[in-house]
Design a protein around this ligand. Structure first.
Ligand code: NAD
Ligand code: WQD
Length: 340
């Protein structure tokens, strides 16, 4: 196929793993990333792993002129849109930045795509759009009611896409709602490397195991779950990346016109189960202390992943052990994460 796939946020955690899969699948890619939450070194690691080059543009989806010139100068067949800010707690402190970066940035991107007649898109949404669904299992038609600013930005973008599609049926859009992506590429050359203090469980545990942090605070052990700690639908990053390749294929073929799809395993694990499994694969002790619940947390939620199976013919392959093993492999080979 002549032309490239534009990947916004492609040096980030999910973007880097997906970019590698796309290169391996034979696609030409162009990554656009402002490096606000990733490192330039990621680009070289992807190239090395893929044994294939690609273009990297240090740029911003909020920069309309830059987007215009990219769409004018390059032949782009589709966009996978990862770029965005994703820290739930920060989104309450910096709402303007979150709405501007996520909503305004996405709006710019969609406008310039429409002007350039590029109407194929895979968008990174989040299970956070379900908010507090009232029951643990989330289907795609579960009512959407995000309870934090970050989640609201994702819902607004989803709504914009629904409106675009209604007004112009030529668009082909897959909106992926990820549950809890964890793990790393099995080479240990790319992985999750949060800047500053991690917000999420797996990078915190990995950094404790490598000695960068002392102990984990477990947010509550009195939930209505088998061991009292919160349960989540963790999904291996390699499974998430594969689902993007499958989604892209569907929209390029025109098989899927507009669809919201959950990406999860459908099997939740508790905080204590994650700690125990990580300890068993790393042979490291993870000291932890039970503390009070974190505001906004739910006892448990997980995906009904059946639509992804039906539409994308995709199913998560990897279990919690493999997620922990690859997280630890990445962290132990890169104790300080990416250097540059
Ligand atoms: P990440 O922060 O690692 O990657 C996002 C990338 O986008 C970063 O490289 C960052 O530098 C870039 N970026 C941010 N704002 C930009 C802008 N204005 N212009 C250009 N580049 C910009 O995050 P991730 O975990 O890879 O997440 C990717 C997407 O998936 C995000 O949209 C996130 O909201 C969504 N998501 C992530 C998770 C998760 O748990 N990791 C879960 C659900 C949804
Ligand atoms: C997992 C479990 C915590 C840290 C978030 C976003 C969601 C999505 C994925 C982007 C929970 C417990 C955590 C700690 C703990 N991101 N925990 N101690 O909250 O399920 O989802 O990331 O879209 O939108 O909300 O993930 O990794 O923060 O927490 O006990 O120090 O670990 O209470 O049960 P969460 P998480």
């Amino acid at each position: 196929m002549e032309g490239s796939i534009l990947i916004t946020g492609g040096t980030g955690y999910i973007g880097s793993h997906t970019s590698l899969k796309l290169l391996n699948a034979g696609y030409e890619i162009i990554i656009l990333d402002n490096l606000s939450n990733s490192c330039l070194e990621v680009k070289d690691r992807i190239k090395k792993l893929a044994n294939k080059g690609f273009q990297f543009i240090n740029g911003d989806i909020r920069n309309t002129n830059q987007l215009k010139s990219i769409f004018k100068d390059k032949k782009i067949n589709a966009v996978i849109h990862f770029a965005g800010l994703k820290a739930v707690a920060d989104s309450a402190i910096y709402p303007l930045e979150y709405y501007e970066n996520n909503v305004v940035g996405s709006l710019n991107l969609f406008k310039e795509m429409a002007s350039a007649n590029i109407k194929s898109l895979v968008f990174s949404s989040s299970a956070t759009v379900y908010g507090n669904p009232g029951m643990p299992i989330c289907k795609e038609n579960t009512p959407l009611n995000p309870v934090n600013v970050y989640g609201k930005t994702k819902l607004i973008i989803e709504d914009i896409l629904r409106n675009i599609k209604k007004a112009d049926p030529e668009w082909r859009i897959i909106n992926l709602r990820y549950f809890n992506p964890v793990g790393a590429h099995p080479s240990g050359m790319i992985g999750e490397d949060p800047k500053g203090t991690p917000n999420n469980l797996m990078p915190l545990i990995s950094q404790i195991a490598i000695g960068r942090r002392k102990k984990l605070l477990v947010f509550g052990d009195n939930y209505n779950t088998p061991d009292g700690t919160g349960r989540r639908d963790y999904i291996h990053i390699e499974d998430v990346a594969n689902a993007h390749v499958a989604s892209l294929e569907k929209i390029l073929k025109g098989d899927v016109l507009h669809m919201d799809i959950n990406l999860g395993t459908g099997k939740p694990y508790s905080v204590l189960e994650v700690i125990k499994t990580f300890e068993s694969v790393s042979l490291k002790k993870i000291p932890y202390e039970i503390t009070k619940r974190r505001a906004g947390d739910l006892a448990e939620y997980y995906a009904d992943p059946s639509l992804a199976k039906n539409i994308l013919n995709w199913k998560a392959k990897f279990d919690l052990r493999k997620m922990c093993l690859d997280s630890w492999n990445w962290q132990s080979k890169n104790p300080s994460g990416f250097i540059n």
